[in-house]
Design a protein around this ligand. Structure first.
Ligand code: ARG
Length: 466
């Protein structure tokens, strides 16, 4: 017995009660209770396997399974009372089972330890979350591609160094985001393979003396395979680190998109309008419409990166096999999951609702001598070495700046002052549409190429669903 009255499930060798502060300090129930469903699913599979293995009778297992299901109903209804003195989700549920069905409940833990149990629970939890994340990412990707299709012909300036570089289409820019997202989805799918491995059977660290059938448990729980080595099975948290790493990359991408959305919706750029429902006002400045959702997502990337470092640091000095340190894996992991799901949900709703302002985008592309490279390429096609062409165009741009005109506004005479190779057909080359259309190869910004990229992207989504 102890201060709070619950008998510990492990206190056989102890002669004094756990210190009240230590009890509080070592407990994980406040946060690991979110794995209750997964703990019960794992326990039902374990008990079912023990029956097949002849370790428990079918009557015993029937009692255990119905008891666990009743407990699950109680938990889902919010009627279960969690006890700190029972430390964690595993012992809370086991104790409730014994209270409910009597001594048979005490047989559930045969051939298992909390070490392989918790490792199993986290994997079941994470697998479920990854599946939810993947469906959100597919929704986001579908919306993003839809917007890119609408904007396949919309001209905007492409930037390097945040200076106008060359004209592109807005659709092409959005499809660049899609490529990032596609890699993120790939990483999640790949990570899931290493999550979906069964630790149960490893018991505390060395395996168990009972004739367990691990393949059966794996099959019951939908795991692809069983963990090969019992020591590794209870101590491996690579899968969680890998997930946080993939999540960090995704949040880094979201943060880059957010940064662009914030810039583009400013009055300086004024390229897009974010729907009001994703923005907020200022309590003092009545004119303000702040891009809160993108800003918050950009900010939230920080906590995800932080959790990745937390987990790496948590694991880096641990000797085999399980150590209590591992209890610290949950809060960062859960926080990454929640942050990623929240950010993905926000983006999946917001991105397709972005309203482009094609006029402003076009005007901005007109301003920065974005077709200068096209002029240089034109000269090269007429025999001038590229370096010389670069120099000729540089001088023409300098002249155009001094008289405040775009290259396309210079007279043929003025242009030929730079090079005699320039003729009347130069004006097609100097238009924004001509410049964009000329990049006509896979990966280029020509609108037909953008539409072809969109078609390929849709096939990839389609293939993934099967
Ligand atoms: N609450 C523990 C955790 O999260 C469960 C495993 C405890 N195992 C042990 N040997 N104390 O890691």
């Amino acid at each position: 017995m102890n201060d709070t009255g619950d008998k510990k499930l492990w206190d056989g060798r102890f002669t004094e009660a756990t210190d009240a502060f230590v009890e509080e300090f070592t407990a994980s129930i406040s946060f690991d209770q979110i794995m209750a469903r997964h703990d019960i699913t794992g326990s039902i599979a374990h008990a079912t396997m023990l029956e097949q293995a002849g370790v428990l009778t079918s009557d015993e297992v029937a009692l255990i399974v119905s008891g666990l299901k009743a407990i699950e109903t109680e938990i889902l209804a919010g009627a279960f009372e969690w006890s700190v003195s029972l430390e964690d989700v595993h012992m809370n549920i086991e104790k409730a089972l014994t209270d409910r069905i009597g001594d048979v409940g005490k047989k559930l833990h045969t051939g298992r330890s909390r070490n392989d149990q918790v490792a199993t629970d986290i994997r079941l939890y994470l697998r479920e979350q990854i599946d939810q994340i993947l469906s959100l990412l597919t929704k986001l990707q579908t919306g993003l591609i839809g917007l890119a299709e609408q904007q396949a012909h919309t001209i905007m300036p492409g930037f390097t160094h945040l200076q106008v570089a060359q004209p592109i289409t807005f659709g092409h820019h959005l499809m660049a985001w899609n490529e990032m997202l596609e890699r993120d989805i790939d990483r999640m799918i790949d990570c899931r393979k290493r999550v979906n491995v069964l630790p149960l059977g490893a018991a505390a660290l060395a395996g168990t003396t009972f004739p367990i059938q691990r393949e059966l448990t794996a099959e019951l729980l939908g795991f692809d395979r069983v963990a090969e080595n019992s020591l590794d099975a209870v101590s491996d948290r690579d899968f969680a680190i890998e997930f946080c790493s993939a999540a960090s990359m995704l949040m880094m991408h979201y943060s880059r998109w957010a940064e662009e959305l914030i810039l583009w919706s400013s009055s300086q750029f004024d390229f897009i309008e974010l729907p009001d429902r994703f923005c907020t006002g200022s309590s003092i400045m009545p004119q303000k419409k702040n891009p809160d959702v993108p800003e918050l997502v950009r900010g939230k990337s920080a906590r995800v990166f932080g959790s990745l470092i937390t987990l790496l640091t948590l694991m880096k000095s641990q000797p085999l096999a399980y150590n209590k340190d591992n209890q610290e894996d949950k809060e960062p992991l859960f926080d990454v999951v929640d942050t990623l799901i929240g950010s993905s949900r926000a983006f999946a709703d917001m991105i397709p609702a972005i309203e482009a302002k094609p006029e402003n985008m076009r005007n901005a592309a007109m301003k920065g001598y974005a077709t200068a490279t096209d002029l240089a390429d034109y000269l090269v096609k007429r025999g001038l070495p590229f370096r010389d062409a670069h120099d000729v165009v540089g001088k023409l741009v300098g002249m155009a700046i001094s008289i405040e005109k775009d290259l396309s506004e210079l007279s043929l005479e003025q242009l030929r002052g730079g090079s005699e190779l320039i003729e009347e057909d130069i004006y097609e080359v100097l238009t924004l549409e001509g410049s964009v259309a000329a990049r006509n190869h896979i990966g280029g910004t020509n609108p037909d190429q953008v539409l072809a990229a969109i078609a390929r992207a849709r096939i990839r989504i389609e293939e993934r669903q099967h």
